[in-house]
Design a protein around this ligand. Structure first.
Ligand code: URA
Length: 427
């Protein structure tokens, strides 16, 4: 920590009144908060001031670097292959990491994918993979390096040592209504990604009802902010702004999303999941200068081989039968016509209420819980045809899940127009 101490109330007042924080002030503040010298009350006031006043690019760079400096940095320079990571800002049915990491690994690139658990309506990659019998999320740095060299792909829990300032600040923002500040989201995500030590990063910035950012404009602003932070830190960073008004694929949950990912690796799967997996894979390969078409690698079965090896390396059995929920209930179409809307947020909330997600960090998730939908926007449906199947081990959850889906769909006379999945590319 810098030796010069500041009065944190002066810093809060300065930001509240639209002023800027100096480098030494930020370099003192972040470690001081991490070790408890600055209180949660003071930091939440400052976070609220930042939500309204923002941080300029210099403040934001210094803020992000100060967060990185509170913890460890990983180093993949001993690997014989280039490293590239992908980060999604979170959506519904967003299991893309599962087929993507082994696919890019099968193209000869190392993919160190430090992932998180779900909180709220968006799912967590680790929760999904933990539905595979035996698979463990926590591995040592040595195991990670060995697996990256051997298999090429690792999906695992981030150690507590990476950017501990973010861990504390994110928990505080979660309970103080200050999550939705672009500089705070950008520094939170990028501090962990830069500390992780990847040489390149592809960001999937979701936009729409099921995403953090509800409009393409705010999502593009978040994407530009993160790309600028990555580039300033020497990480080649590209972002795609992608659609999240409609959930991806046909499932939201844990085991049911793993099953769908395996279908993609086997050469099938929902067309939107395949399209986004390939678009992100192309960006990842392009970032590290590998000129291979990932569609060919997917078709060759090599990505499936990499998946099996990746699961086995972390104790999992890729051939095991995945858990299935004890109870299911079907919701049928109330009318005939074309499905014109399938709302991602409603589906995410329903899956969460069925037990696939958690309300508090300590809660356990149900491996088999979730929602399957049987039609996507543009499809024709008939009265009485199954629209959703709800899955849970605890049937008392059905009513609240069904309530979340009450306004999730619209059925019209015309198929309507489905827009592109990738809305913008930002470098
Ligand atoms: N994910 C993060 O890691 N941080 C945020 O602030 C938002 C999403």
């Amino acid at each position: 920590m810098a030796t010069q101490a500041y009065d944190v109330v002066d810093l809060i007042r300065a930001k509240r009144d639209g002023g800027r924080l100096t480098d030494p002030e930020i370099q003192w503040l972040i470690p001081a908060y991490t070790v408890g010298v600055v209180s949660d009350e003071q930091m939440s006031a400052l976070a609220m001031a930042i939500l309204f006043r923002g941080l300029d690019p210099t403040e934001l760079n210094t803020w992000t670097n100060a967060m990185i400096a509170t913890g460890d940095r990983m180093d993949f320079s001993s690997l014989s292959k280039p490293t590239v990571d992908k980060h999604s800002t979170g959506g519904v049915g967003d299991m893309i990491t599962l087929p993507l990491a082994p696919l890019v690994a099968a193209c000869g690139v190392a993919v160190p994918q430090l992932s998180g658990r779900g909180l709220g309506h968006t799912g967590g990659t680790l929760d999904k993979l933990e539905s595979v019998p035996g698979w463990r999320a926590s591995i040592s740095n040595e195991e990670m390096l060995a697996q990256l060299e051997d298999v090429g792909a690792v999906i695992c829990a981030a150690g507590t040592g990476l950017a501990p300032a973010d861990k504390k600040l994110y928990a505080l923002r979660d309970v103080t209504g200050t999550v939705e500040a672009i500089p705070l989201i950008a520094s939170s995500i990028m501090s962990k990604k830069i500390a992780e030590g990847t040489s390149a990063l592809v960001l999937d910035v979701k936009t729409g009802s099921g995403a953090f950012m509800k409009t393409p404009e705010s999502s593009a602003e978040l994407a530009r902010t993160m790309v600028a932070l990555g580039t300033a830190a020497g990480v080649k960073t590209v972002a795609l702004v992608t659609e999240m008004n409609t959930p991806l694929g046909y499932t939201a949950g844990n085991a049911i999303e793993v099953t769908q990912s395996v279908e993609v690796l086997a050469g099938g799967g929902p067309s939107d999941v395949v399209e986004l997996t390939l678009a992100l894979a192309r960006e990842m390969l392009d970032c590290v200068g590998v000129d291979i078409d990932p569609a060919d690698v997917l078709a060759s079965g090599k990505a499936m081989d990499a998946w099996r090896r990746m699961i086995r390396a972390q104790g999992g059995d890729p051939e095991a039968t995945l858990p299935v929920a004890k109870h299911s209930e079907v919701i049928v179409a109330p009318a005939s016509g074309y499905l014109t809307r399938l709302d991602a947020l409603s589906v995410g909330i329903a899956a969460w209420r069925l037990g696939s997600g958690r309300a508090r960090k300590e809660d356990a998730v149900q491996a088999g819980a979730g929602v399957t939908w049987h039609a996507r926007p543009g499809d024709r449906v008939s009265t009485g045809q199954p629209l959703f199947t709800l899955h849970t081990d605890t049937p008392e959850r059905f009513d609240r899940a069904a309530a979340a889906l009450a306004d999730a769909v619209e059925i019209g006379d015309q198929p309507g127009v489905t827009g592109p999945l990738v809305l913008e590319r930002i470098t």
